[in-house]
Design a protein around this ligand. Structure first.
Ligand SMILES: *Cc1c(COP(=O)(O)O)cnc(C)c1O
Length: 354
């Protein structure tokens, strides 16, 4: 069975918009896209021209980084665009649904709601682990997309690849399994991308927004079966990727950029463990949830008061108390070593004042 059998029939039948840049790439004289023939003042990037819809050099470099073939990868404006395209292509409004395991990243449910698709919540267990069997029990046929976030935001837990395989097998022919690996670089674990050739109903979301320090450039990727990639490309706007963002991504992925990212990820992991140990020993801290990402979610005696007091120290953290199961919790992103020390000092000050 092809994963396309799960897609909305009207999307499969769509004749895509054919942009000038898709029809013809380069020539000496480009008179096919109503662009300005002159670059803007002080331009070095050729910004008068529309960008390549899927820049080959960036696609190739990302494919190499993630260990997939070019045709298994779609580059978009952050992972957020990949989530939105998946929901639009695979969920019929008023009919189909996505499944999520709260507490988890909010964008899956938002994209589904905008599409008019249902959201089935199958919570993580009390330790915030994902139990594949519990998720699969009585999963309705209307669910066409199952989102698994690993490491999970905001709890930080990693879903083992054995669980991913179990889900992909059980969902074959029924639903796509989408594994969001926005934080996998910090987990020092294998990516589910290595399973793609065996499970055509598997997709993996990766991003340059976290470990690669490019949140402002908005570059993310979906790794999936080439037929799924092709389908989503057909419903994507014609020129999704701004030229400066593509250039920033290529720079970040060159040899120097990769070395710098490797060093920063290593520092972040060391700092995460230092913070976790220090927080666990602090008065007012109930639980530090084990994290494989670049943040720590912490249960506190007085989360709201601590949040406000930290603002007084010039530090903002995330109040995640509204997530199911996370009442009284704050999420701390791991900063620079200096910033983390400031956070710990502020928390000590707050505990002493209490
Ligand atoms: C931050 C984050 C992303 C990244 O989104 P982008 O659109 O790529 O910036 C994706 N998934 C999760 C779970 C995140 O926390």
């Amino acid at each position: 069975m092809s994963p396309l059998d799960l897609a909305r029939p009207e999307v499969r039948a769509l004749t895509p918009y054919s942009s000038a840049r898709m029809e013809a790439g380069g020539a000496d004289i480009m008179l096919n896209a109503n662009e300005s023939p002159w670059p803007p003042a002080n331009d070095t990037q050729g910004l008068n021209r529309y960008p390549d819809p899927q820049p080959a050099a960036l696609r190739a470099r990302l494919a190499q980084l993630y260990g997939v073939r070019d045709e298994q990868l779609l580059v978009g404006r952050g992972t957020d665009e990949g989530i939105d395209l998946l929901v639009r292509a695979f969920c019929r409004p008023g009919v189909d649904a996505i499944a999520i395991s709260p507490p988890t990243f909010g964008m899956y449910a938002i994209c589904a709601s905008v599409q008019g698709a249902g959201v089935l919540s199958l919570p993580l267990d009390t330790d915030f682990n994902l139990d594949p069997d519990a998720l699969l029990v009585d999963l309705p046929q209307t669910v066409t997309l199952v989102f698994v976030c690993s490491p999970n935001n905001p709890t930080g837990g990693l879903v083992p690849l054995a669980s991913i395989e179990c889900l992909a097998t059980a969902l074959a022919g029924r639903a796509l399994l989408i594994v969001d690996e926005a934080y996998i670089e910090f987990a020092e674990a294998d990516s589910a991308a290595m399973l793609l050739d065996r499970y055509p109903n598997l997709g993996v979301l990766r991003t340059l927004s976290k470990a690669w320090a490019l949140a402002g450039a908005r570059i993310g990727a979906l790794l999936a079966d080439p037929q799924v990639i092709d389908l989503l490309h057909r419903i994507m706007p014609p020129y999704p990727l701004p030229t400066p963002s593509v250039q920033a991504a290529l720079d970040a992925l060159d040899e120097d950029g990769r070395r710098l990212t490797g060093e920063r990820v290593a520092t972040t992991v060391v700092e995460r463990e230092r913070l976790a140990d220090a927080l666990a020993a602090m008065p007012g801290v109930r639980t530090v949830y084990p994290s494989r990402a670049n943040f720590l979610t912490v249960s506190l005696d007085d989360a709201a008061g601590t949040y406000r007091a930290l603002v007084g120290y010039g530090i903002v953290v995330r109040d995640v108390g509204h997530y199911p199961g996370l009442a009284g919790c704050l999420r701390f992103s791991v900063g620079t070593p200096h910033e983390n020390t400031r956070l710990l000092e502020a928390l000590i000050g707050i505990a002493e004042a209490a």
